[in-house]
Design a protein around this ligand. Sequence first.
Ligand code: URP
Ligand code: ZN
Ligand code: ZN
Length: 463
Amino acid sequence: MTTLIKDGTVVTATDMTRADVLIDGERIQAIGTGFGDADNVIDAAGRYVMPGGIDVHTHMELPFGGTFASDDFATGTAAAAWGGTTTIVDFAVQDYGHSLSEGLDNWLEKACPKSHIDFGLHLIVREISEPVLREMDVMIERGVPSFKLFMAYPGVFMLDDASIFRAMSRTADNGGLIMMHAENGGAIDVLVKRYLAEGKTAPVNHGLTRPSSMEGEATHRAIALAELAGVPVYIVHLSSRDALNAVREGRDRGVSAYAETCPQYLYLSLDDLARPGFEGAKFVCSPPLRPADHQAELWRGLVTDDLQVVSTDHCPFDYKDQKILGKDDFSAIPNGLPGVEDRYTLLWDGGVAAGHISPMRFVELIATAPARMFGLNPRKGTLAPGADADIVVFNPDTPRTLSAASQHMRVDYSCYEGREVRGCPEVVMQRGNVLVSDGQFHGQPGAGRFLERSRFGPGPGSG
Ligand code: URP
Ligand code: ZN
Ligand code: ZN
């Protein structure tokens, strides 16, 4: 079956041109003009035609903070598709005392029957031992070449520097990529206990006990350890000027340090955590939201390529039933925010429409760089003959109001409630199949495929 997307402005990371896109089956056949008839024709006049988004940081059904993230692979990937994201890379978790293979198998069991969109997996490694280090090689052979380590959450996920350095040294041999949650968990833990002892229990104290200096310190340490091991490192959910400066310094002296930020750090701030009553709990995530003056620096990092990716860290918890676990103790509020559905439009509206970045840089940040760095190219992340027909027809003029009432994520609030944005993914396609059109969802649970990824590839412009 052939589909022709006609008369749109086709945007890739390097070009923007008026053209038609011809799709044959699951793949793009050609981009140009004068293709004649097709089985289906989609009119894209006045629209941008862009690659489906790739969100390399999601947590569907993550067991965390005494509960589970509220989106599963069915609801979360449907919401992703509604928002223009056609591929996610989620984090499988190694349980204490268990192997990496078991963690991966558990996640495949959850994801395969449910996912509406294609997905890859990273592994969260909680324990380092000789057998675990050897298993990292096996994971890479199974298409999982990236491993998230934590410098925070003592007793839950945190690893010491020796373990981190051992894991990094292994990736020097096997070509894997370490992704780092960089916050100084030890110092933060002391502050948390001190604040609670002083009776400071409200949500804003989550932010005050996790200062940006401790993200900067851990980011610097992660990069120094990677430099010593002679490997690249990727800093996840970078939130602050301090951490960005550590990345810049590392890159300036030639270390392969890379980083992502997330929409919540570009648009929300400590003021949201400080909303009256318990409402601030809706905004509890780690690293925490920062004072608003960090945001301009993060935008600059996206322009200068010191930040290469925008992901979401989608990890939703219901306000009423789950965030409430920390009613009298901010440290018991489950950490994480919903976001997988909003990224595409938020980055377009606040990034392109607001004049921070070009449409081409938008595509680079939201699809092309994630595909390249996480081993999904050349099939994903761009529009080119032979690539998967993962395509968004985007109307930049549609006004929308973000709201819990209209979103598709399975969570009872929106971090952006009432925010007016322009831009709508009108048609969303995966491998030639229409997932969203005319305000209707046509996806199928289980239709998404597990993507075995190749090893890390920084590519031109990112190294
Ligand atoms: O608060 C967050 N970020 N929750 C998800 C887990 C993580 O650290 O990414
Ligand atoms: Zn993290
Ligand atoms: Zn995360």
